[in-house]
Unconditional design. Structure first.
Lengths: 314, 317
């Protein structure tokens, strides 16, 4: 079903090639590489090449004007002492560790309510899905900036109940929360994946449970959740990888500076400032590799932990 | 019957195989219901009603900000910070007129720039990804497993790891402030996600069709163009729609490569608008935001089926 399950199954699929397969191999090699040519060029020139290059640059001091100068581990030791970077990590971790579970919980909840052949399902599904298409745009970030502003929509509504709300975005204690809320708002796409997953659960399990007199809650804990766990896992991995790279919303809402007082300074925002604001390309490359390691570590932890909670039916 | 009609598109997904299960599930539920007592059906009705209430409430809250933005863009400026309702007393088009010409170029200029990038990206993705997908799905070649694994890994690769050297590369060949850095990577199938989507789709096409063509003497280019490509139109449509939306919304790439206002795409133009405006022109800012969302909304309206199918099969953002 997914890129992830595909990836883990590659290592499992083994066996010696039959003579026929070998003959087929010879026949297709030329054609295959011709078909793959654009992708291969892209892989070398746009992906792997730049990756190696940025690994090299992370050990240099480079400002685009003078040639890169080898500085060894300097950039990494600088990162150890960079308080703004540490803060940006804290902000990003908070965003990922709060935003992703919250978004997935809402997605699952709505998917469960939507599931059982409810009248008007396509309509509801469209309504819930629309924000996740628009959520990444600058326009919606602008809207968010207004809504959570000092005299924005939220505070206008609160004022109707006699409450004076804070300036959500201008207050460092709530600004990150507003951006997390924007992430939760885009729960539509994981919801659709959940909906597709819910339909895969054979109904006989529920029927059997009903015969045994199981309650709705028991059915959810003992059937729905275990059966859905591969999908939850898949959503979790994807959303974590994506959220670590989140950039546009924080950039627009904070006016590009990660403010107020660095409370929305995402790691990617700081990376952008270092690389493309101050043209400290060596440091930015070191940060980029650090981000790759973090994302890789989170994904690995996810995969290891999945052995204990993800249930495969086969 | 109504319950069956409300079943959504994901069940048409070729790999899902959920159609029969879903159908039997629904009919099973109905049978139980019709046999059940009056009390049962009443409690079921109350349950459905409660569900609708929950959905309407959450859906309403979610969509409200968007509706309010549309309404606010049609109001006099000062009302935006005073009027949380959706009531429109008069239709004010001034915000749109002002916003359209608030930047160095009319807003249509930026939309045109975006359209060029979008069309280039779509063509690039369609051609390069379908070619790679054909090789991965249908051809046997040495290194296939390795390449396929690498391709799947690149789907998850964070963009930031390559952006610095990529920027250096493109700036050295003088491509900063051109659309090439945004289009050329697509011509080289770097949106590996779509390669994967198409591989999945081609695997669902019966191999007998290829073999029949091969017996008729067709080579791979011919089989690809005449047999596979016409049959994978749904996958191509999904690719087109996602590429459209993602490219239209793409901010980071445009922010880095397009610094000349002449070349701005819509997202960077909007950003310039936010930065330049004082608190007085929120109305026109809203108006142009709506204009910028309109194409995405239209694509959503007409291409929803493909979007939902694409997400359900491959699970992307």
């Amino acid at each position: 079903m997914s890129a992830i399950s595909e990836l883990s199954s590659i290592s499992r699929r083994k066996g010696p090639a039959t003579p026929e397969e070998k003959r087929a191999n010879r026949r297709d090699n030329k054609a295959a590489y011709i078909f793959l040519l654009p992708w291969l060029i892209g892989l070398v020139a746009i992906t792997v090449g730049p990756m190696i290059m940025s690994l090299y640059l992370s050990f240099t001091d480079y400002n685009l004007l003078q040639p890169p100068e080898w500085v060894g581990l300097d950039n990494f030791t600088r990162m150890l002492g960079d308080a703004r970077l540490h803060n940006s990590l804290r902000v990003t971790f908070t965003y990922v560790l709060v935003g992703v579970p919250l978004q997935l919980a809402v997605a699952l909840l709505i998917a469960l309510v939507l599931d059982k052949g409810l009248r008007g399902l396509p309509f509801y599904r469209s309504i819930f899905y629309l924000p996740s298409l628009l959520g990444g745009s600058v326009a919606v970030a602008i809207l968010w900036k207004q809504i959570f502003g000092t005299s924005g929509l939220v505070n206008q509504v609160l004022a109707m109940f006699g409450i004076t709300g804070p300036g959500w975005i201008s207050d460092p204690s709530t600004s990150l929360g507003s951006i997390i809320l924007l992430h939760v708002w885009t729960f539509g796409s994981p919801m659709i994946i959940f909906l597709a997953g819910l339909r895969q659960i054979p109904n006989m399990y529920y029927e059997a449970a009903e015969v045994d007199g199981a309650t709705t809650l028991q059915k959810f804990w003992r059937i729905t959740l275990p059966m859905l766990s591969p999908i939850i896992f898949f959503n979790l991995v994807l959303q974590i990888i994506g959220s670590f790279q989140s950039f546009t919303q924080a950039f627009i809402v904070s006016g590009g500076n990660g403010g107020p007082s660095d409370s929305t300074m995402f790691f990617t925002l700081y990376l952008y400032q270092k690389g493309f604001g101050q043209f400290d390309m060596g440091y930015a490359s070191a940060m980029a590799w650090f981000l790759l390691v973090i994302i890789g570590a989170f994904t690995a932890i996810n995969f290891i932990a999945s052995k204990y909670w993800v249930f495969y039916d086969d | 019957m109504t319950e069956l009609q409300t079943k959504p598109a994901p069940e048409k997904v070729p790999s899902a195989g959920g159609k029969t299960k879903g159908a039997s599930f629904k009919s099973g539920g109905r049978k139980r219901e019709s046999r059940g007592s009056l009390a049962f059906s009443r409690s079921a009705r109350i349950k459905a009603l409660a569900k609708h209430a929950v959905l309407i409430l959450t859906g309403g809250i979610m969509i409200y900000p968007l509706l309010w933005m549309v309404v606010s863009s049609l109001r006099p400026n000062d009302l935006i910070f005073r009027e949380p309702g959706l009531w429109l007393n008069s239709l004010e088009m001034g915000n749109y007129v002002d916003g359209w010409s608030a930047l160095t170029h009319p807003f249509g200029h930026y939309m045109l720039n975006s359209a060029v990038v979008v069309i280039g990206s779509i063509l690039g993705n369609l051609i390069s990804c379908s070619m790679a997908a054909y090789a991965f799905a249908r051809l046997q070649f040495s290194g296939k497993k390795l390449f396929f694994g690498v391709m799947l890994l690149t789907i998850m690769l964070p963009f930031h790891v390559i952006i610095v050297p990529q920027y250096i590369l493109f700036s050295q060949i003088g491509w900063v402030n051109t659309f090439w850095p945004l289009i050329v990577p697509k011509l080289l199938a770097t949106d590996a996600f779509f390669v994967f989507l198409m591989v999945q789709f081609i695997r669902g096409i019966p191999k007998e069709l290829d073999e029949a063509a091969r017996i008729d003497g067709a080579g791979h280019p011919r089989i690809f163009l005449r047999v596979i490509l016409p049959l994978m139109v749904p996958a191509l449509a999904t690719t087109t729609i996602f590429t459209f939306i993602w490219t239209w919304n793409d901010f980071f790439g445009a922010l880095i490569y397009l610094t000349d206002p002449e070349m701005f795409t819509v997202p960077v133009a909007l950003r310039a608008f936010v930065d330049s405006q004082s608190a007085t022109s929120w109305g026109s800012l809203f108006a142009m935001s709506i204009v910028s969302l309109l194409p995405v909304f239209l694509v959503f309206l007409f291409g929803q089926r493909f979007l939902i199918k694409g997400i359900a099969t491959t699970g992307i953002k």
